[in-house]
Design a protein around this ligand. Structure first.
Ligand SMILES: [Zn+2]
Length: 240
């Protein structure tokens, strides 16, 4: 599904998690080589690549894979996509050790039954799909410019090296898990048992609100197309 011209939701990545590909038509918005944003769960690899083929940008044409953060549901199929594409892997320097490591992220210990169950369930899921190390070939900092007119926005909180990706020309923000949405038009701050630093989550919401995005794509939940800024500003005010 094309969200705004050039940016597609990748259909083969499903089960409540989203991945995107920037694949503008020739001459449109500067054109350029396709960029994949996140890769879904480990078992999404084949469907992810099939979706890319259907969209006219097969894996061997992918020049860049931009990772929001190194969680099982976002970088799970990264190793396979790198194998198939040889693409550059972009991530924040604080996320690189995890991406290059051999263990999935241990979720924070919180004094709640939910946190306990969540950690137990993810432990079982992790054991079923051992992590592969992937080399981050381009370490970036806040504000780094990427191909296609995109830039990296350091949005720590969910993980220390979480990145959102911003496309000023179309005012699109790919928020990863720095934000979530439940219903169309309902934006959530990702505070709680999944996030490493809830105060940083709130500061990152303020930082993204200051960009005044028109369209927001989330790691989980439906995207908001058009007029997203007032909703995000309202969320930021409610957290202040
Ligand atoms: Zn996630």
């Amino acid at each position: 599904m094309e969200i705004v011209p050039g940016l597609h939701l990748i259909a083969g990545v499903n089960m409540g998690v989203n991945a995107y590909v920037w694949h503008p038509r020739a001459g449109e918005r500067g054109g350029g080589e396709p960029i994949v944003f996140d890769c879904g769960y480990p078992w999404h690899a084949a469907a992810l690549m099939e979706s890319l083929r259907k969209l006219g940008c097969p894996p061997e044409q992918i020049a860049t894979i931009a990772i929001t953060h190194d969680d099982y549901d976002h970088s799970g199929a990264l190793a396979e996509l790198v194998d198939a594409s040889g693409a550059e892997v972009v991530a924040h320097r604080l996320e690189a050790a995890s991406i290059e490591g051999m263990t999935w992220r241990e979720l924070p210990r919180r004094p709640s039954a939910f946190s306990y169950v969540l950690r137990a369930v993810t432990g079982v899921a992790y054991a079923a799909r051992p992590k592969r190390s992937v080399k981050v070939t381009r370490l970036v900092e806040d504000g780094a410019e990427l191909p296609g007119g995109w830039s990296a926005v350091w949005t720590p909180g969910h993980t220390p090296g979480h990145l959102a990706y911003w496309h000023p020309a179309s005012r699109v923000l790919i928020a990863g898990d720095a934000l979530g949405s439940r219903l169309r038009g309902e934006i959530l701050a990702n505070v709680g048992a999944y996030s490493a630093d809830n105060e940083a989550v709130v500061r990152s919401v303020e930082k993204m609100a200051a960009l005044e995005p028109d369209t927001i794509c989330f790691g989980h939940g439906p995207e908001i197309v058009g007029n997203a800024a007032p909703l995000l500003k309202r969320l930021a005010r409610s957290l202040a």
